[in-house]
Design a protein around this ligand. Structure first.
Ligand SMILES: Nc1nc2c(ncn2[C@@H]2O[C@H](COP(=O)(O)OP(=O)(O)O)[C@@H](O)[C@H]2O)c(=O)[nH]1
Ligand SMILES: [Mg+2]
Length: 353
């Protein structure tokens, strides 16, 4: 099976007519403020060219420049001697992707064990690096399952991590798959946040439940779930304001949102997705770790992988979090979301197509 097919396989059952770009289906968001449109990623609304896999590759380019291009550059001629100098330079490149010193050391050790003191071909070293990377980030792919009607998805994370944009992407994916989706604008902290989600809802053709700035987000969550039940929607996705696990009142607010949802549907929320910003560095990661521990999340959406050369951060995430990475964000458009599958991820990073 081709990489492209594997990458798109969750959409195999999508009817042809449902695969149009969200921009086509969305209209212009007329009547909404410019700021909200900008926040909703309106940079001209032109669908990017080149198909899904090309976009995925392009989104990962900055990390790929290190892992693929720079490692290839270590091979000045056919049959590179794998000596200490080579191993040190390989280690330095790996560390630059933010994978962490220990994983970089593990890969370096593996290459040393396999090739040290002899001339190795570039392809065999790359194959060994890829195999080790795969081992370090191993997990099954876990697409969002719509097993309940409605399936309730709560989206949480720190400020600016990419929650609202990721909701737009998930919504597009769900609508493309034929699922009727209701959004809950649970970030009532800022009026602009409600506007931002409203613009996306209009564009994507999703129903939205919202309220005035400052209203209790639990009441929005309640109304959104009620609307989903009433309209026989398949999925209800609830946005929340950014918060840190150290902000006790905001964490209690989140617990209240959960309780309210649970009262309506005892199995809900079915998913609590933690959105992480791939550019946030190790500090951001330890913040998010506390969050995940406090909130009982079911999976991670790793946003902004396109904005960073530090895509190696997937490795410490896989090692430190008990929950899987479900999706990765590789751009600001609604279609820039990919199911996270380590093998595909590595293929895309190392592809030379
Ligand atoms: N390049 C890029 N930008 C993103 C991605 N996800 C979100 N953003 C941008 O990050 C900023 C914050 O995103 P937003 O969804 O509003 O974050 P929230 O505060 O967590 O809801 C916005 O400018 C988004 O366009 C992504 O995957 N790639
Ligand atoms: Mg937001």
């Amino acid at each position: 099976m081709s990489l492209f097919k594997r990458f798109t396989k969750t959409k195999e059952d999508v009817p042809e007519s449902n695969t149009g770009s969200a921009d086509d289906a969305a209209g212009s968001g007329a009547g909404q403020g410019d700021a909200a449109r900008a926040a909703a990623g309106d940079s001209g609304s032109k669908p990017k060219k080149g198909g899904l896999f090309a976009r995925f590759r392009a989104g990962l380019k900055r990390t790929s420049d290190i892992l693929n291009t720079d490692i290839r550059d270590l091979f000045k001629q056919e049959g590179q001697l794998v000596d200490d100098d080579f191993l040190d330079r390989l280690f330095a490149l790996l560390v630059r992707t933010d994978m962490g010193v220990n994983p970089a050391r593990e890969i370096q050790e593996q290459i040393k064990k396999d090739f040290r003191g002899r001339k190795a071909e570039m392809d065999e070293v790359l194959t060994a690096v890829k195999a080790k990377l795969l081992e370090l980030m191993a997990q099954d792919q876990q697409p969002l399952e719509v097993n309940h009607q409605p399936t309730v998805v709560l989206v949480v994370g720190v400020n600016g991590s990419g929650k609202t944009t990721s909701i737009a992407k998930l919504t597009k994916m769900l609508i493309d798959r034929g699922y009727k989706t209701v959004l809950g604008a649970g970030d009532t902290f800022r009026a602009a946040a409600v506007e931002q989600l409203s613009v996306w809802a209009d564009r994507l053709g999703a129903e939205i439940v919202k309220g005035d700035q400052g209203v209790d987000p639990a009441s929005i969550a309640h109304r959104a779930v009620a609307k989903a039940i009433e309209t026989n929607a398949d999925v209800c996705v609830i946005d929340t304001a950014g918060r840190l696990q150290t902000q006790t009142n905001l964490m209690q607010e989140l617990s209240k949102i959960r309780r309210v949802i649970e009262k309506q549907i005892d199995t809900a929320p079915h998913e609590v997705l933690l959105v992480l910003d791939a550019t946030a560095g190790q500090n951001g990661l330890s913040q998010a770790k506390g969050f995940a521990d406090a909130v009982d999340c079911t999976g991670i959406v790793l946003a902004k992988l396109d904005g960073t050369a530090k895509g190696g951060v997937v490795i410490p995430i896989r090692q430190q979090f008990e929950i899987p990475v479900r999706y990765i964000g590789v751009g600001e458009s609604p279609e820039d979301l990919a199911l996270f599958d380590p093998a595909q991820f590595i293929d895309a990073l190392f592809s030379t197509d």
